[in-house]
Design a protein around this ligand. Structure first.
Ligand SMILES: CC(C)(COP(=O)(O)OP(=O)(O)OC[C@H]1O[C@@H](n2cnc3c(N)ncnc32)[C@H](O)[C@@H]1OP(=O)(O)O)[C@@H](O)C(=O)NCCC(=O)NCCS
Length: 268
């Protein structure tokens, strides 16, 4: 097996120049992340890596003077994962995807004593509050990286929730769980295609956790998928987030696929 070894600087620069001239440093292997870069005050890129693209991803980072690369690779692709380890990538989390096939399964019932409804204009502040409480110190790849400011990692989830609330934002639908007039949980959804909807961010206020709020949001999410004509709902979380996976298993979601999330810092 050939190990991917970075070229010597001089020949590497010439090589990058060649790639640039031949327009081969295309952003199809990696993208500059404006959101992460602004938040952490460094240059951050993101990539989905397979062995064949790893060298091009590293070249992209060199050409774009990237400080931190956030890269995912399939958990069954151990050849690539080990190649990334040899190149100084550090494992930060493992993401597991579950799916619900609406063409094969009926949407389950989930009786509850609170309301689940669509987003309303004056929910924004309360959703921000729930997100800030639910995701404080969350065990995802940002918080796992000791070089990142933990407060800014918390802010990342709050701002993700906020971006979902605007039209043309990060989500196509936002659902809210309400009890005694207060927002106690929320879930955001995006249509990936006519056939597939993805659940993005779900959070329940700590004092309302373990009371079946999230399953109620999930069931309403499945109903929204159905209303959109989608056949599949896809959703992901860290493999360590057993609470979330219990919710999905109890509702009939099935495990689908998984990714490792690595971080590579280019400045030591
Ligand atoms: C994960 C989460 C959405 C689950 O929502 P929920 O409304 O509490 O779900 P449920 O009431 O159905 O509980 C599901 C399971 O998780 C467990 N659980 C929920 N919150 C928990 C907590 N804070 N600590 C330990 N276990 C917890 C429950 O005990 C239950 O398991 P059990 O029935 O075997 O006891 C919610 O705990 C949460 O917001 N967590 C923080 C943010 C997060 O992880 N979001 C998901 C990532 S997208």
């Amino acid at each position: 097996m050939n190990s991917i070894v970075p070229l010597e600087l001089s020949s590497r620069e010439a090589y990058l120049e060649q790639l640039k001239m031949r327009n081969l440093l295309a952003a199809d292997v990696a993208t500059f992340s404006h959101l992460d870069s602004e938040r952490f005050g460094i240059r951050v890129a993101r990539a989905q890596v397979v062995r064949e693209t790893l060298l091009r991803v590293l070249d992209f980072c060199a050409a774009e003077r990237i400080d931190l690369l956030i890269a995912r690779c399939g958990t069954s692709d151990l050849v690539t994962a080990q190649e990334m380890e040899r190149n100084g990538f550090l494992l930060m989390d493992s993401l597991v995807y579950y799916g619900f096939d609406l063409s094969r399964k009926a949407i389950p019932l989930w009786p509850c004593d609170f309301l689940v409804r669509r987003l309303e204009a004056d929910d924004h502040d309360q959703i921000r509050l729930v997100a800030s409480q639910a995701f404080k110190g969350y065990s995802g790849h940002y918080h796992s990286d000791t070089r990142l400011d933990q407060r800014k990692c918390d802010e990342g989830y709050i701002s993700w929730a906020e971006r979902s609330l605007t039209s043309n934002g990060a989500a196509d639908e936002v659902l809210v769980a309400e009890h005694n007039g207060s927002v106690i949980g929320f879930g955001t959804l995006r249509s990936n295609s006519a056939r597939e909807v993805e659940g993005l961010l779900f959070g329940v206020a700590p004092e309302y956790q373990r009371r079946g709020v999230c399953p109620a949001l999930m069931v309403q999410s499945l109903r929204w998928c159905h209303s959109q004509g989608a056949q599949k709902m896809l959703i992901s979380t860290q493999v360590t987030n057993v609470s979330m996976q219990k919710v999905w298993c109890r509702l009939g979601f099935e495990p689908s696929h998984s990714y490792y999330t690595f971080h590579k810092w280019f400045k030591l």
